[in-house]
Structure formats: structure tokens, C-alpha cells
Design a binder for this molecule. Sequence first.
Ligand SMILES: Cc1ncc(C[n+]2csc(CCOP(=O)(O)OP(=O)(O)O)c2C)c(N)n1
Ligand SMILES: [Mg+2]
Length: 378
Amino acid sequence: MTRKKSAKTLSDPTPAAPDAFAASAAAYDEASGSMFQILAPDGTLTRPDLLPPADVQLRLYREMRRARHFDERGWVLYRQGRLGVFPPFGGMEASQCGTAAALTGDDWLFPTYRDTGAALTLGLPIARTLAYWRTSPHGWAMPENLKVLPFYIPIATQYPQAVGAALAEKRQGTRNVAMAFIGDGGSSEGDFHEALNFAGALNAPCVFILQNNGWAISVPTRSQTKATNLSKRADGYGIPGVRVDGNDVLATWHVTNEAVQRARNGEGPTLIETVTYRIKPHTVADDPSRYRTEEDNAGWAEKDPVERMRRHLLTSGLLTEEGEGQLLAEVAAEFEAALKEADGYPDPTPAEILDHVFAEPTPQLVKQRAELLAEVDA
Ligand SMILES: Cc1ncc(C[n+]2csc(CCOP(=O)(O)OP(=O)(O)O)c2C)c(N)n1
Ligand SMILES: [Mg+2]
């Protein structure tokens, strides 16, 4: 693949020029290694031998539909002033739901701000998730029966912490695993590399998901690193790395399921690069037309993970149009009930922002809390 070389550097503050290389091309660059795939973008099977049982296929579709519904309703609620700024993930459902669906409720999930689809798949209640993006404390504390960490906003910190959780499980003699998500941008942070080395050296039961969605805010993957196949970063740490079509939910589930089983069996960590695309803006408050072109986005709508799986299920007869109508109605009803629940939570109060930082507040926080309350009262 030939591509015009861009002179743009990371320190260049100007938006990407129209001739900047296309992130989409980078993600699917043939020279960077083939991707594992089961379901082609047109909904036909490239590996029919690896089709999971019908109940798994239907669950994967349902989880993607739940995630997409959240994403779509989230935009509307944001515009109505009923949800704060949140990072959309529409188009990345296969990358998030297919991977998280390989876990059970006894496993750990360390999601980033973009991984609502993964958290919902593992069972995080929708109402709690809405509360999180409303900055309500009801969304900060995760349910006690679930080992899902609050969405990480600081890039990459979750990776070494996931290794710690995995090692704790190992020491306790369980077969539970820890799964952590990170973006292409985050995979250039030191924490990412330290975590992989740490997990490899100590054979931690970890599954590392690296979602390569083509962009770290306005910086395309190709400008972030000279590496063209991020899964190969695993080689440096002696652990397996897999590059998978991140818009193929059968592929993401298959690969992750294998990695989870290996981790449970004491065979150590795996890095999975899911090659996908951030069709949407970085957050609902971002304007990507400032830094990327139609050419960058070209071809990605056709690779949509939900539509791809839908075609397959309808063709194979596992789903009928009528059955899908019922599924969508159930998904919508579940969301509206959760929204009602979230609407019933009391509004956050100013000092609560400090109340949940430490079990025992530090003297500085006590002082700041008093100052804050005095200011609010005035
Ligand atoms: C430690 C840290 N540095 C910088 C930021 C600002 N920041 C927020 S999102 C982002 C880009 C991350 O891109 P990527 O890892 O590809 O994740 P994506 O947003 O694509 O899901 C940056 C730099 C941050 N939140 N934390
Ligand atoms: Mg990214």
C-alpha cells in the first residue's frame, strides 16, 4: 500500500492536513499483518468451523444491541441536558462486548472511559452507568457483587492495577482472571509496557485488550508510533499477542475466550489488539471535522459490527425480523426503566466530590471541604 508521507509531527498544533495518511488505512494495512476474522463485513463466514453455539451468538448480538442503544440514547440525553459529556463508542461494540462476554461475574474488568459496552456486558447496571456520566456518586461506587472498576479517565493506570488484581486472584488460588482495556494512544504510555512485563514475568492471569480505534483524540494511530501492528508489542514481553478484526464479534469473542481459558489454566497473560475505528467524536463535545477527513473515515461504516452480525443471524435463521423487533423492544424498555431509576437518584451535592476520595480524609481534604462549603453557602 503506498501512502503519501505526512510531515506532521506530534508537536504540530495545527489540525491534520487533508493529505495526512488515513488512519483507517493504517489500521487495515496489509503490511502490518493479517487479522483474525470469522465473520466478513458482508456477514458471510470466513471461518464457519469456528462458529460458537447459537446461544452464544444470540447473546453477543443482544449485548451489542444494548450497548448501541445506550450510545444512541446517550447522545439524545446529552443534547437534552440530561447526561454529562461522555465518550461515545458506537461502532466499537464488537471490540467491547465480544471481549467482555468471555468473562464471568467472578472476573475483574478494568474499563476506560470509552468501554461502557464492556461494562454493561459484564453486568454493570445501566442506571449506575448513567449516574457516572451525570457525575453522581451513585455511579462511582460499583456494585458489591461485581468486580468492575469505575471507568478510568487517566490513561493507562488501569493496566498495572489489573495485573495486581490478577496476581491477588492467583495467590488466593482461584481461577479468576483480570481483563483490562486500553486504547491505541494509551499503549504508548509507560504503564502499558510495565504492566505487560510485570504480567509476563509473574505469569499473571490477565487478558489485555488494546482497542486500536485509529485515533487518540486528534492524533491518528500512525502518528503515535512507528509500529504498524500493535499486537506485536507482546513479543517484547514474551507473551502471546493476537491481532483481531475488532468489528467482528465472533472473532473478538473467540480469541478472548481462548485467552481467558489460558489465563484460568495458569498459562499466563495475552495481549489482544482489536482493530476497529472511532466513527464517533472523541467525546460528545468534540468536533472531529477539525482534524480528520471523510477520506479517513472511508469504508468504516460498511464494517459496522452490529449490522454485520445481524446479517449473519438473519441469513443463518437464528434470528427472524420479528424476533429482532422483540429484542429491540426489550432493549429499549430495559434502558427506559434504568433511566427512570437514575432520574430518581438524588442530585449530587458539592462536597460529595471530596467525600469518596479516601476512607479517612486527609487534613488537606478536610480543609478544602470546609472552604468549598463556605463558598457554596456564600
Ligand atoms: C495520563 C493521561 N494523559 C492524558 C490524558 C488526556 N487524554 C484523554 S483521552 C486521550 C487519548 C487516548 O487515546 P486512546 O488511548 O487511543 O483511547 P480512545 O480515546 O481512542 O479510546 C488523552 C491523551 C489523560 N486522560 N490521561
Ligand atoms: Mg484510540
